[in-house]
Write a protein that binds this ligand. Structure first.
Ligand code: PBG
Length: 328
């Protein structure tokens, strides 16, 4: 027999050859670490999140401490979620000048000027009802009436010094509303990373404990996408691109790699993917049981997201990876 079959193993024979053939790499620059920030004065500095072992709700002081450690280990970017001391029917904590996210952004930018500080722009953590928009007495989430509140929230983050705004509410037209507010107020330079393709996913379960943002009634299926839909993702992405999004995000990541790939093939914008709380919890739980090699599975899960087409990945594993020097 001579050349009758493909010998793929030729290029896998040694570590040196495998390194030469490697197509995808994870770099510290690709990773964004999410942090949950507690409003000052509620007495808890560092509260563990039950379903996310290794993750904490942090006071601004503790946040600065953790970020300091992570920055020294190579952290380039983080995204902040706020837990206000009080929720109300206007989501007033979301756009308060001295709100929790605004305060945290100011502190981090002062201490770490080179760190990219992103903010999640959403209202669910700030409304008493836990939905991402204004709600009518009949319980309907209102789209257009919510847009000015989102724009006001984004602007307050910009004024605090945020480097990038990431709207995650899934109201139609919010990217345009935020872009207009930024441009009209001297922030033409600030990028918007849109959670363009965000599914109504059960994988957000642990996050809702972490951010105390579960809706008090109903669900988010009237604004977040049906997990069964792939073509709709392309329409959502195209709309956000047209409205001025600079980066498009797919969320969750792991169960939606086909969507990420489809988007990679139809859009030239940079793409982000969010490896969400439930994806983290699954890997952590099995790792803690000794059922999988946590480190190897964690890195493989992220590599898969990059290979599918993500330029950036938001992952709760970011700090762990950097602190343990797991990247070359
Ligand atoms: C806010 C928001 C959510 C997540 C990010 N921003 C929760 C939701 O939409 O219910 C989920 C992140 C995660 O699960 O890690 N709307």
């Amino acid at each position: 027999m001579t050349t009758s079959f493909f010998r793929g193993r030729r290029l896998r024979r040694s570590a040196g050859l495998r390194a030469m053939m490697r197509e995808t790499f994870l770099r510290p620059e690709d990773l964004i670490m999410p942090y949950f920030v507690l409003e000052a004065g509620d007495g808890r500095g560092r509260a563990p999140i039950g379903a996310m072992p290794g993750q904490f709700q942090l006071s601004v002081d503790m946040l600065e401490r953790d970020v300091d450690e992570a920055v020294n280990a190579g952290l380039r970017a983080c995204i902040l979620f706020g837990l206000p001391a009080k929720k109300d029917d206007l989501a007033s904590g979301a756009y308060a000048e001295d709100g929790v996210v605004q305060t945290a952004v100011r502190r981090l930018k002062k201490a770490f000027p080179h760190l990219q500080v992103l903010t999640d722009v959403c209202l669910c953590e700030y409304f008493s009802h836990g939905h991402c928009g204004l709600v009518t007495p009949e319980g309907q989430v209102q789209n257009d009436a919510t847009l000015p509140i989102l724009a006001r929230t984004a602007l307050s983050h910009a004024r605090a010094g945020a480097d990038m705004l990431a709207p995650s509410d899934m109201m139609d037209g919010r990217v345009a509303a935020i872009r207009d507010a930024l441009d009209d107020n001297g922030f033409t330079h600030l990028p918007v990373m849109s959670y363009a393709v965000k599914y109504a996913s059960a994988f957000y379960g642990p996050f809702r404990e972490a951010a105390d943002s579960a809706p008090r009634f109903g669900d988010r299926k009237g604004y977040q996408m049906d997990p069964a839909n792939g073509r709709e993702a392309l329409r959502e992405a195209a709309a956000d691109e047209k409205e001025g999004a600079d980066i498009l995000m797919v969320k969750p990541a792991g169960p939606y790699l086909d969507v990420l790939r489809a988007l990679r093939e139809t859009s030239d914008l940079p793409l982000a993917a969010y490896q969400v709380s439930g994806e983290y919890a699954l890997i952590k739980a099995a790792g803690m049981q000794g059922w999988i090699d946590e480190t190897a599975v964690m890195l493989e899960s992220l590599l898969g997201i990059k290979r599918a087409g993500a330029d950036l990945i938001i992952s709760y594993f970011t700090a762990q990876i950097l602190l343990n020097r797991l990247l070359p």
